[in-house]
Unconditional design. Structure first.
Ligand SMILES: NC(=O)c1ccc[n+]([C@@H]2O[C@H](COP(=O)([O-])OP(=O)(O)OC[C@H]3O[C@@H](n4cnc5c(N)ncnc54)[C@H](O)[C@@H]3O)[C@@H](O)[C@H]2O)c1
Length: 423
């Protein structure tokens, strides 16, 4: 069967990782895509990623610096993969649907709730697939956690606690836009992973009450020992990144309480301005015990501790608690052919490319079979809406209804962002 002809927009850090994801697909026997074309504002970045693609896939994609020019010059395309910074996600997805193409977009799906809604409507009008590349939930450990929760191993979920706190004073991965409110600041950029996982494990949210703050208003442009930093070496700096420091405009800290539609409650904290000991914690308490998530892409085991016990259930017994648990065929092939596992051992970069491969294969299968992708536009919007519910509540200093934010009825925080983006 002919391979799907794919073009990718965005050749920064994540753009490079997506090419490694395509290479991983090929390595594991999935002949799915030809990466026909790449586009980035900066030719040198696109050329670098094109050379990596050629080395890994045996075919050098054609390189463009203008997205529309690429679509015009590539009449044989089936789909585009949008991996630019978040500001362009909706614009490029809309152009793709206009051209009759399917589109996958990186998380966060869109810059605001309104941007996401436009993307959903355009995909539906064009009858094309819109798939959101949310990678964390596809980790085998998160699949197992979901199966354990579904099987009732900790009883009825009551309380979800998550905290991710770091004390950086520098610009995250030396990429300034992550600190800019109008371009999708930290609470959206990083928090949307937590939002997606929260919804995946706990179901719908009813209301949110949050406190938010911007502590580190000036951030230094310095390379730090950060995971994935090496994928950014070829990236071309923006003008604002040429100075020694940037002025941050997006909140770097958020602490939120949530009530779920199930009646459970939760708390989620994110901060990149909490100096000292970092924390990374994710625990769900149910009526019969607790489930501690190991952190996506770590491969560490899940800790299920049952009521009255001091130590967690052993790894072998854990799989016995979810007898129906099976990884899907694609995930299983990516992770060495096993269809169930309670841990895996691999350096971060390995699961990283595997999860990207899995989400891209899901996108392809949705195109070829006509089924929905796992993370549809509506689900991508849910995660964006939850992150914005936190920011909207922080702005209003009062609780907000999730459905009010999701339907764009509560949008004071997003209004200037929408205005700047012409939304
Ligand atoms: N899923 C994950 O784990 C994960 C991790 C990092 C980033 N991301 C997401 O991936 C996306 C890209 O992030 P990144 O870290 O690679 O950022 P980045 O700044 O390194 O890369 C963005 C690239 O897009 C290019 N670009 C911007 N506007 C463009 C335009 N109009 N036309 C063509 N190219 C354009 C830039 O030149 C840059 O090279 C973001 O949406 C981000 O949230 C996801």
């Amino acid at each position: 069967m002919a391979l799907l002809q794919l073009a990718q927009a965005g050749c920064g850090g994540m753009g490079l990782r997506h090419v490694y994801g395509l290479a991983e697909l090929r390595r594991c026997g999935f002949d799915t895509f030809d990466l026909a074309a790449l586009c980035d504002l900066h030719r040198s970045a696109a050329e670098h990623v094109a050379r990596e693609a050629e080395a890994a896939l045996g075919l050098k994609p054609r390189v463009y610096t203008d997205f529309k020019a690429m679509l015009d010059a590539e009449p044989g395309l089936d789909a585009v993969n949008v991996v630019t910074d978040t500001r362009m996600h909706h614009a490029f997805a809309l152009d793709a649907f206009d051209a009759g193409l399917h589109a996958a977009v990186e998380k966060p799906m869109g810059l605001t709730v309104r941007a996401c809604r436009k993307m959903i409507d355009a995909a539906s009008a064009a009858g094309r697939v819109l798939s959101v590349s949310e990678n964390y939930r596809r980790d085998p450990m998160n699949r197992l956690a979901k199966a354990l929760l579904r099987g009732g191993v900790v009883g009825e979920p009551r309380l979800a606690l998550s905290a991710a706190t770091y004390g950086g004073r520098g610009v995250r991965q030396v990429v300034a836009w992550r600190h800019m409110r109008d371009r999708g600041g930290l609470v959206l950029e990083y928090g949307v992973h937590a939002s997606d996982l929260t919804l995946y494990f706990m179901g719908g949210v009813e209301r949110v009450f949050a406190e938010t703050h911007l502590w580190e208003k000036t951030r230094a442009m310095q390379k730090a020992e950060q995971p994935m930093q090496r994928f950014y070496d070829h990236r071309v700096r923006e003008e604002v990144e040429e100075a020694g420091a940037i002025e941050a405009t997006a909140e770097d800290t958020a602490l939120a309480l949530m009530r779920f539609t199930s009646g459970a409650i939760g708390q989620t904290t994110y901060s990149d301005a909490a100096p000292g000991e970092p924390s990374d914690t994710d625990v769900i308490y149910g009526s019969e015990g607790s489930l501690r998530l190991p952190g996506s892409r770590t491969g560490r085991p899940i800790h299920v501790t049952l009521s009255g016990r001091r130590s967690p259930v052993g790894q072998k017994d854990l799989l016995g608690q979810a007898p129906d648990f099976r990884l899907d065929e694609v995930t299983s092939k990516m992770f060495g052919g096993r269809d169930k596992m309670s841990s895996y051992d691999a350096a971060l970069e390995q699961p990283d490319r595997k999860l990207i491969a899995i989400e891209l294969q899901d996108f392809a299968d949705a195109i070829l079979s006509g089924r929905r992708p796992e993370v549809t536009g509506e689900e991508g919007l849910d995660a964006v809406a939850l992150s914005y519910a936190i920011l909207e509540s922080g702005r209003l200093a009062q609780p907000v209804g999730f459905s009010d934010v999701r339907s764009d009825r509560v949008s004071a925080y997003q209004q200037p962002i929408n205005a700047a983006a012409g939304l």
